[in-house]
Design a protein around this ligand. Structure first.
Ligand code: C5J
Length: 248
């Protein structure tokens, strides 16, 4: 595995209080990864709802995640938004995924927000509150993990990114899979507990515990106020104010 690059001259090494111990990061080498904050998972009529889930469970993530996104932009961190979905011809959707759940309205079928989990459809889009801005990466992924069948690893290595702050939905599915994939590739991952969400409170709690257990077997976990308090002092006040006004 390649050694971690030397910190850039003058690089800020911040310590974010976390479980199981402080997460040390340099914002210039850290990306905020926002997993699948798509209408298909958060709004009625989408894929999540068709699977029988209470989608309102995920909405509580939006507000804290907006604050983190705003700070990450002001701190000049790389921002990567992922979207789970498929080509309109479904050529990249395994038959097993298509058949799973025996849904009356399966992936690719017409739903209230367009074809379910299909790229370019309204339901596939990222919710307005967290809309990507110019310069941010939007990564389409056919699977649960953001590294599977995507160029994410190349993008991160080319940008010198070594650390990920992971947010989005759902805690025990796409967030967990992505953190495990990232961990095996040598990336250090901090998961923000209030910025990830699940349709199942129990899976959310246990999913977070699994990440940080055994000395941080897959990574670190902390609530977003700890992350914000650690990063905010390194950001010029004017940048925070500008970003807040842009996001409101
Ligand atoms: C799921 C996801 N749960 N983004 N996708 O199917 O977690």
């Amino acid at each position: 595995m390649p050694a971690e690059p030397e910190p850039a001259p003058g690089a800020a090494r911040l310590a974010v209080p976390a479980t199981p111990y402080a997460f040390e990061m340099d914002p210039a080498r850290t990306a905020l990864v926002i997993i699948d904050m798509q209408r298909d998972f958060l709004y009625p009529g989408g894929f999540g709802a068709l699977l029988g889930n209470d989608v309102s469970m995920l909405l509580k993530v939006v507000e804290p995640l907006q604050a983190v996104l705003c700070l990450a932009r002001a701190a000049g961190m790389a921002v990567i938004h992922t979207r789970e979905g498929h080509r309109p011809d479904l050529a990249d959707c395994p038959p097993s995924k298509l058949a799973r759940g025996r849904l009356d309205t399966p992936i690719g079928a017409e739903g209230p927000n367009g074809r379910i989990l299909i790229r370019g459809e309204e339901g596939h889009g990222i919710i307005e509150e967290l809309a990507p801005v110019e310069g941010e990466i939007v990564l389409d992924k056919p699977g649960k993990g953001a590294f599977f069948a995507t160029d994410l690893e190349h993008i991160l290595r080319n940008a010198g990114i070594t650390h990920l702050v992971v947010t989005g939905v759902t805690t025990e599915v796409c967030v967990h899979t992505t953190v495990r994939e990232a961990n095996d590739r040598g990336f250090e991952c901090l998961v923000l507990s209030d910025c990830v969400g699940s349709y199942f409170a129990e899976f959310h709690e246990v999913g977070l515990k699994m990440i940080a257990a055994q000395g941080g077997i897959f990574g670190w976990v902390t609530p977003s106020p700890e992350f914000i308090a650690a990063v905010e002092p390194s950001v010029p006040l004017s940048a925070v104010a500008r970003d807040r006004s842009l996001s409101s």
